[in-house]
Write a protein that binds this ligand. Structure first.
Ligand code: FEO
Length: 395
């Protein structure tokens, strides 16, 4: 945990979790993460904005002590997920005078998830904004970034947006600020892909809401603070908009090499047509990288052999994940080889019901690809090329 002064009377308490490698026991964290809480000292009232994951709660408390904080009047819970709210009960034990402020949905969740007593919570819908004396905080509802109760907090005088998960990135680093823009861009895109992408339409509205504010700093609760707010606002704008890139993402797995031969052939043909191809070998895939590639690809091809009458479990999992992440891709298809039959195509097709895609003719063959099978892959590649060209992705 480290204390960094951002402005006069405004501090960040960052819990650095360098070694965390998995979030939700699912999402890989190649760069660790941080849980950022913020402390704002007003002339009359003091506020803690978000807290820390319970396993880092001790560090947060130590930092509060180190800064000599004697009174906390409000704890702002922008988000009820435990990596930000999990230390609220401990804070309330230490500062029994504190009131938690969150959305109406947040109140319900905090009561259920953390057993916080009802009388300790005020809802922002009736609060709107609070005065700390010389500073004022405004609360803005931003639902589904990435839970239903999420909100952001805006410090009017200093033009700081405390955005919690929104605009955040899983990135542990020494500095509280961005030192490597490209690295933060990739980490933020990966984070968006993993948890925000399914809520793309509502996030568009949330971006509009926060864009109405004059913002000097965006202070998220994971990763570094954005000193150039437009950098991350523009990135989010691109990710949520409907346009896609001239790309084909191919999650693939092969048992005896036949499906892989099909994938390799398709990759070569697509590259010759100036289409960017991103294959992901599902036996060793980093799911975060796959999710990131899905953010703006035009086409997804799932490549799977047939195992016990159905798709290879790894391909089925990739299809399931793709379906829940709901990327904005426009086209999809399925390719693969089988030995003696099965329902691989139908089972994958039935898994992709959330996607608003045109399904291009699948190519499913028996055994090792023969000449006529390669011609079917040529036709699939031609079809992808035509579709991309008609969308103006290829000029
Ligand atoms: Fe970082 Fe949704 O919690």
């Amino acid at each position: 945990m480290t204390i960094n002064k951002i402005k006069e009377g405004i501090y960040t308490f960052r819990s650095l979790d360098w070694d965390r490698r998995l979030f939700d026991e699912l999402i890989p964290l190649p760069n660790g993460t941080t849980y950022n809480a913020y402390y704002v000292k007003g002339s009359k009232k003091n506020v803690l904005i978000d807290t820390a994951d319970p396993k880092k709660g001790k560090d947060l408390i130590e930092n509060i002590r180190e800064l000599g904080i004697k009174k906390i009047d409000y704890v702002i819970a922008n988000h009820a997920e435990q990596d930000h709210s999990g230390t609220i009960p401990e804070i309330l034990n230490l500062f029994p005078e504190a009131t938690v402020i969150c959305t109406k949905t947040g109140k319900k969740l905090l009561k259920e998830l953390l057993l916080i007593p009802e009388n300790k919570i005020k809802i922002m819908e009736t609060q709107g904004e609070i005065s700390l004396g010389d500073k004022h905080l405004k609360f803005i509802k931003t639902p589904w970034v990435h839970w239903p109760e999420t909100m952001v907090t805006y410090l009017k005088e200093e033009k700081i947006l405390f955005s919690c998960d929104f605009f955040g990135s899983h990135l542990a680093q020494s500095s509280p600020y961005i030192s490597n823009k490209a690295k933060v861009y990739e980490a933020a895109k990966r984070y968006y892909a993993e948890i925000m992408m399914p809520f793309r339409e509502i996030i568009k509205k949330n971006i509009e809401k926060v864009s109405e504010l004059e913002i000097d700093l965006i202070a998220p609760s994971h990763g570094p603070i954005h000193q150039e707010p437009q950098f991350i606002l523009n990135a989010y704008q691109k990710w949520v908009e409907d346009s896609v890139k001239n790309e084909v993402v191919i999650p693939c797995v092969s048992m005896h090499g036949s499906t892989r031969m099909m994938v390799d052939y398709l990759i070569d043909v697509l590259i010759k047509k100036d289409i960017t191809v991103k294959p992901f070998n599902l036996t060793e895939v980093d799911l975060g990288e796959l999710a990131k590639a899905l953010v703006d690809t035009a086409t997804i091809i799932i490549a799977s052999p047939t195992v016990l009458k159905g798709p290879h479990p790894r391909a089925f999992y990739a299809a399931y994940l793709t379906n829940v992440l709901q990327p904005k891709a426009k086209f999809a298809s399925i390719i693969g080889s089988y030995g003696w039959g099965g329902k691989m195509v139908n089972m994958i097709k039935e898994t992709l019901t959330n996607l608003d895609v045109e399904l291009l003719k699948p190519v499913v063959i028996k055994g090792q690809p023969a000449e006529e099978d390669y011609r079917m892959l040529d036709q699939l590649a031609d079809s992808i090329y035509e579709k991309h060209k008609n969308m103006g992705l290829i000029v």
